[in-house]
Design a protein around this ligand. Structure first.
Ligand SMILES: Nc1nc2c(ncn2[C@@H]2O[C@H](COP(=O)(O)OP(=O)(O)OP(=O)(O)O)[C@@H](O)[C@H]2O)c(=O)[nH]1
Ligand SMILES: [Mg+2]
Length: 306
């Protein structure tokens, strides 16, 4: 079977969003001669239902209206080009791939609500880092959910990465402390910390995560850890609310948007980009080992709109 390209993989993953957004947009503008209120209203509904967010939608519609009033817009087809340009402008700002040094320790701590895809993302990320020649160690700091440690161990075995662990219900910060001791003893690979998920409103979860972060900073003050917020794209607008809470409480440094393959609301990336000044490091487009992609604004926009 021919190996599908990087771009095809993203494009396939975004099929649901593309169908909801582009097909409907094409239907909306095809053969349309009058650029009137009805068209603007339908356009607004379409962008909102793809979860692009009110800010992006309003700005875009204002832009279109202004161009119409200045006679700069000849036909409805040009709206697609404007949408594309505005999406790229916003998403480009969020395109800052994670730069991981080789031969030096680097810590990635994942955070996010339960089921957002933290552990799976860790497995995929570890796989991709290993194939890029990095050493990777996983840290089972989700001691809350039964079987969480085993789940991480399965990924560790699949990708060939050791897992630092203690028993279920152990203090997660103590597991992280063990991992920091390995770094102090000379480990120089990428250390990825799996954490527990609960609701973003859980005070216990926030305290637990803060404690883990404190241990990392205290033990390894010279390293700046990547705090990777894992968000489930299928939760659309709710993902934005969660992102804000985690950003304020813990201080995320980057985002992974997972399950883009399972949603017609992939436009939420645009909303997250315009409402949270955080780089989108990776996107998840499936459950397999190979289904994590570095976020690329050009490819993403093309995969959505072409
Ligand atoms: N389709 C799809 N499924 C995904 C993706 N990422 C994760 N999943 C699935 O989402 C479910 C939850 O993923 P986990 O990695 O266990 O999520 P978690 O955040 O670690 O969950 P807790 O440990 O309970 O907090 C699993 O069934 C994964 O296979 C993705 O990009 N696409
Ligand atoms: Mg997990």
């Amino acid at each position: 079977m021919a190996k599908i390209s990087f771009f095809e993989k993203i494009k396939n993953g975004l099929t649901k969003t593309r169908n909801a957004l582009t097909k409907n947009l094409d239907n909306l503008i095809f053969g349309r001669r009058v650029l009137d209120k009805e068209l603007f209203d339908e356009l607004e509904e379409l962008l909102i239902s793809a979860d692009m967010g009110p800010q992006f939608t309003c700005d875009l519609i204002d832009d279109v209206k202004q161009r119409v009033s200045r006679n700069e817009l000849q036909n409805a087809q040009e709206i697609k080009k404007i949408l594309q340009e505005r999406m790229i402008a916003i998403l480009q700002k969020m395109e800052k791939p994670l730069s991981i040094p080789k031969g030096k320790p680097f810590i990635i701590m994942t955070i996010g609500v339960n089921g957002s895809g933290k552990t799976t993302t860790i497995g995929k990320l570890a796989n991709s880092l290993k194939s890029d020649g990095y050493e990777v160690m996983l840290v089972a700091a989700d001691t809350f959910r039964a079987a969480a440690v085993e789940q991480l161990e399965v990924w560790g075995q699949r990708v060939g990465a050791p897992v630092i662990k203690q028993k279920t219900n152990a203090d997660p910060a103590a597991v992280v402390f063990d991992a920091m001791a390995k770094i102090k003893a000379g480990y120089s690979g990428v250390v990825i910390v799996d954490t527990a998920g609960r609701l973003h409103t859980s005070v216990n979860l926030m305290e637990e995560l803060k404690k883990i972060k404190r241990i990392i900073n205290k033990e390894m003050p010279e390293l700046s850890p990547e705090i990777l917020l894992i968000l489930d794209a299928t939760t659309g607008q709710n993902a934005v609310v969660q992102a804000k809470t985690f950003k304020e409480e813990i201080g995320a440094t980057g985002i992974v948007l997972t399950k883009l393959d399972g949603t017609s609301k992939g436009g939420v990336v645009v909303r997250i980009a315009s409402e949270l000044a955080l780089p989108v490091r990776y996107i998840g487009v499936g459950e397999g080992l190979d289904d994590l992609r570095v976020f690329d604004s050009g490819n993403f926009t093309k995969a959505l709109l072409d």
